[in-house]
Design a protein around this ligand. Sequence first.
Ligand code: ATP
Ligand code: MG
Length: 445
Amino acid sequence: MDIQLPGQVKFIIDTLEEAGFEAYAVGGCVRDSIIGRNPQDWDITTVAKPEQVKGLFRRTIDTGIAHGTVTVMLDRNGYEVTTYRIDGTYEDARHPNGVTFTPDLLEDLKRRDFTINAMAYHPERGLVDAFDGIADMRGGVIRCVGDPAERFGEDALRMLRAVRFAAQLGFQVEGCTRQAIADMAPLLGKVSAERIQVELVKLLVSQNPQEMRTLYETGMSAVILPEWDAMMETKQENPHHAYTVGEHTIRVLMHTPQDRILRLAALFHDVAKPVCRTVDEKGVDHFYGHPEQGAVLTRKILRRLKFDNATIDMTARLVAGHDVNPALHDRGVRRAIRRVGMECYPAIFDLKLADILAQSDYERQEKLEALDRYRELYREIMARGDCLSLKELAVDGKDLIELGIPAGRKLGEILSRLLELVVEEPEKNTKEYLTGYTLENLFIR
Ligand code: ATP
Ligand code: MG
């Protein structure tokens, strides 16, 4: 098994070895190289202590000295060089509470989560694969190093990581590992929201977002995302649908581009259906108000998972706008853009398309044609530069002040009224018309 190490990685390993310290590339980069994926970052593991690593390189950063990690900077690239260690229990993403350094590479590999993540590679000595990671890679299996229950007891996040890696690689979680997850899922409640968020997003943007189903089946989502369980358990007896809310959502995810915001919006687009469900006298399910309620719920969930405000805002807006179906003429689409929010375009089309493709066949052709027309009208509106916000309005606050309108709330209201007017009738977006209209209709001295 030969791996092409980048020159800088080879340089770091050689430098350490020439100084008498064993060193290997390790973990995700070895795994990804073997699969033929481009490693995101290269980690190095070495017998050298952090101070010794620092002594050998010109530029280093103390990333986590207490845990043995020094970042070596070469040009603009950073490489984490970590001393062989045995871990205590984990509190955050990479940093266990207490660590002990060890001179034995095998001990360091033993602390790693999965067999495919526990391989090391040296340019001359080759691959060290003490836990049959290669076999599991061939078999497409995510398997704990050692006893799964023990390993999840040390760090419960590993349960979620197992499913995340399964999703990224298209692998299966091995039977004993999966059983241990089902047994120990409640322990996830002890893990910080920040760590959960990282793994959840990686799962969502992967090629296999249907692994969300595994989160439900193993009982993990009951702990970290109970709203997902409600979706998995809500039926939709209605001609537009063929699946439960959750199974429909899985199909939406699979039809959505692998973009963080879009996948989050897909996950939550129907999150309020369980709470909005009503059944009419014919036994048909309705979900009135679910987009708006869904946006509220989405904000709440994303805040709980400690997402940043920009992500929360954008995701919630897409959820709120996912079921807006404008009248298919310029004015109708301009109104829709104002209502949904300009920043949601063109992403909203990806979400709506995925939503349609994940519904039953009922009226599918009509829905797709309407969506095409919506998109086409949107493009024409943007190409023409129709006024959709105060930015494009032919008058601004200063113009109104010059007309003798005092700065203040009233002036803001007048601008909004003028905007409404030109969204309806773009040809009225001239300074002459709008100042005249203001003096005649909106501003009474
Ligand atoms: P990615 O491609 O997402 O970065 P990765 O495998 O590199 O995947 P990291 O979180 O960057 O994952 O961790 C690097 C390595 O550290 C892993 O391959 C694994 O060997 C080890 N590791 C990371 N987190 C844990 C953990 N919670 N428990 C045990 N080992 C871990
Ligand atoms: Mg990594």
